[in-house]
Design a protein around this ligand. Sequence first.
Ligand code: NDP
Length: 306
Amino acid sequence: MIPVVFHSKLDDPTAWEAALRAHLPEVDFRVDGPPEGVVAALVWKPPAGFFAPFRDLKLVVNLGAGVDSLVGRDDLPPLPIARLNDPGMVALMRSYILWAVTRYARDFHLFERARRAREWRYIHPRPLASHRVTILGLGELGTPAAEALAGMGYTVTGWARSAKAIPGVRCLHGRAGLEQALAETDTLVVLLPLTPDTRGLLGARELALLPRGAKLINAGRGPVIDEPALLAALGSGQVGEATLDVFETSPLPPGHPFWGMENVFITPHLASITVPEAAAQDVAESIRRVMRGQAPLHQVDAGRGY
Ligand code: NDP
């Protein structure tokens, strides 16, 4: 048997057990069982001290793509961390970004308001190529979203830490690249991980580089954008509209000013989710690999933070 421990308040252990067993029939799936012999921990935001009893652990699997709640903590043993990455997760994120960008590019947000006011408001459609979209983060999720936007006809710029080449997408990197991209953006999409380098990356100065009235979509992590700066920019019209899936504090507190802003569209951190049936095969393979002394699939660079 291969003992595995599961901890998540968000994910369904029954679904995960069934999905994992399909690819790892010898799994001993424990939600509360004894820690002895457990080789892999499948976790989403485990409590402080969670790992201490698991002396035989060889692998930590983060039940999602964003590992910021794991890599920064001081109670994590020096073990390989694998993130999830499956086609279902990519497809969901792509659909969220395409919808949110298109809602702005086709003025649907204005028609929602006009409809509420029983107003027949005609706004002449503009070619999609005239709408400039910048995606910050060209990783497993950002690259397919950039490709899909380019495929639809948008003018797309991507920005990452390292230089990239993606057909149909202008790729920039570095501080100068960021500033250039921001200045030439109608809709800014944030798909960056939260790391010490990206925390507060977009502050008042960066938001001021955007053309006045630019739209912003954050499906990465809330603290990548300085929240007081964003509130001020939304209030002044420097940022015209925002679609926010992630926040500094989650769930967003009932009294938060975002709730009162008509130009802010809020979704409750579900731009993309993990589908156990799609992810389990890679998790099973990772467990097999670490038991053979090899690196798991989708290993995170803990030093880099993603
Ligand atoms: P990846 O780790 O695959 O890619 C991260 C990208 O960000 C890479 O292109 C990387 O650059 C870039 N990057 C990282 N640090 C910097 C930096 N300091 N400056 C410039 N670029 C940087 O992540 P994913 O694409 O899989 O996911 C991105 C994030 O989306 C996740 O970390 C998570 O926080 C969030 N997420 C949100 C979900 C939601 O439901 N809202 C669901 C899933 C994920 P390079 O390529 O050069 O390394």
